[in-house]
Design a protein around this ligand. Structure first.
Ligand code: AMP
Ligand code: GLY
Length: 449
């Protein structure tokens, strides 16, 4: 069988690595892929959000199964387009992916479903106001239209009345750069102006959610959903901040581990009952069928677990430790989700712990240089129980170079979290590239903010 994996990060390398072990022995394609995915199959130079290009390729190659890694193509409706063309694809359709692509919609859905989440206010201009705002931005001399000013002013007025910190969230997809946690609400005023007036994130930031800051430990709970059955996976946690002890700017994730070690069976049951079941039911009432991975970013607060956000896909880097622990055949698991037979399968997990350390380019998450030679990859791969997942890498002749912000996700299994840590860092120490940045404390926190 032929399988196409869409994306080119560490998550997609982990998916290809896992597919390569399948009893179905798939021929693997990855678009656009990286130097790591190329070790398991053929990279295809088509961007992950070029939906039409990907569809044409899948038809031409007679791809039997497509697996979508990142959120952008899902939110663009790649699943609808492939399905309409009679192609088999894994992931939620456009209507369901909105749970990640539109935070205003997701917040309203959580309220409707009674899912525990941060108290929030929503500020959104009407469709007509949005048109005016876009037009006003075409000229050099920007003048805020009267009507829009009212919406922005309402947000300003609300934030000005707060004496505690707030979180400002852009509604749309912003590559992880759309969430601003402000301990001082005065700082949030500037964020509102940047998003709503200057449109620094374009349309993604003109509708916003302002919510309370939740305090607690963060965990990532992912579930498979086949339209009706919900199968909660083993727990995971990632480290979003760039700096050790959770300091510095937010990133896509500097490391992850599984199990999270923070949750009891009972916590997981509560999350399934109070989060996954009601949210899927609420979507079904709207005739939206969810099929794929549903990821709940949770804060374990003193008042119980609360949802920070939903994602419509596997987490990156959470996928790396999770897939290393998954013993079941990934093709069988994905087929069960697509065919609605999740109820009939039981996932097998390695009882050991797994931990992933991300090595990033100097400057990430801001500007960084590319094209630095990476050495020591073979030595690292030779470390027992370690796998080096590539993210922003490319092969140039016989060398492997950096080509992205997050470059590698060095992942290891161990009898416990500590052992997995030791092995992952042992492999990390074999690898070098100019300007490499990594955290030395992955798996060590986990602080309460
Ligand atoms: P999100 O993309 O919504 O998960 O936000 C990115 C990160 O911002 C989360 O992983 C949290 O670390 C942080 N965050 C989001 N919402 C809140 C909140 N209400 N309180 C505290 N931190 C938050
Ligand atoms: N690691 C966080 C995410 O995938 O969104």
């Amino acid at each position: 069988m032929k399988v196409l994996v869409i994306g080119g990060g560490g998550r997609e390398h982990a998916i290809c690595w896992k597919l390569a072990q399948s009893r179905h022995m798939p021929e693997i394609f990855c678009a656009p892929g990286n130097a790591g995915t190329a070790m398991h199959g053929r990279n295809v130079p088509i961007a992950a959000n070029d939906v039409a290009g990907l569809r044409a390729f899948a038809q031409q190659e007679a791809i039997d199964l497509t697996i979508v890694g990142p959120e952008d193509p899902l939110c663009l409706g790649i699943v609808d387009e492939f399905t309409a063309a009679g192609l088999r694809i894994f992931g939620p359709n456009k209507a369901a992916a909105r749970i990640e692509g539109d935070k205003v919609w997701a917040k309203k859905l959580m309220r409707e479903a009674g899912v525990p989440t941060a108290e929030a206010r929503i500020f959104e201009p009407t469709a007509q106001e949005l048109v005016q705002l876009r037009q006003a931005h075409r000229g050099d001399d920007f003048e805020m239209p009267e009507s829009v000013e009212t919406g922005y002013k309402m947000a300003l007025r609300y934030v000005s009345t707060r004496d505690e910190g707030v979180v400002v969230k852009a509604a749309g997809l912003a590559k992880g750069k759309g969430v601003f946690v402000h301990d001082d609400p005065a700082d949030a005023l500037l964020t509102l102006e940047k998003l709503m007036v200057h449109r620094e994130l374009g349309d993604a930031g003109t509708r916003i959610v302002v919510e309370e800051i939740l305090i607690g430990r963060e965990v990532s709970i992912l579930a498979l959903v086949d339209g009706s059955t919900i199968y909660v996976l083993e727990s995971a946690a990632d480290h979003k901040r760039l700096g050790e002890q959770d300091t510095g700017p937010n990133t896509g994730g500097m490391g992850a581990f599984s199990p999270s070690g923070l949750l009891t069976e009972k916590d997981l049951e509560i999350i399934e009952r109070e989060v996954f079941v009601p949210i899927i039911d609420a979507m079904r009432r709207m005739e939206i069928e969810y099929r794929g991975v549903l990821y709940a970013g949770m804060m374990m607060t003193a008042g119980g677990p609360k949802v920070l956000e939903f994602n419509c896909r596997l987490g990156d880097p959470e996928a790396q430790p999770l897939l290393m622990r998954l013993k079941s055949d990934l093709v069988d698991v994905i087929n069960a989700v697509i065919d609605g037979t999740l109820e009939d399968i039981k996932l097998e997990w390695d009882r050991r712990s797994s931990l992933c350390v991300v090595m990033a380019s100097g400057g990430y998450p801001g500007a960084y240089e590319k094209g630095k030679e990476i050495t020591g990859l073979d030595d690292a791969a030779a470390v027992e129980n370690a796998v080096v997942f590539h993210a922003g890498t490319r092969r140039v002749g016989d060398r492997v170079e950096t080509s992205g912000g997050r470059v590698l996700g060095v992942t290891a299994l161990g009898g416990d979290l500590q052992k997995a840590r030791t092995t992952a860092y042992e492999a990390v120490r074999k690898i070098a590239f100019d300007g490499a940045v990594l955290r030395g404390d992955i798996g060590m926190r986990v602080s309460g903010r």
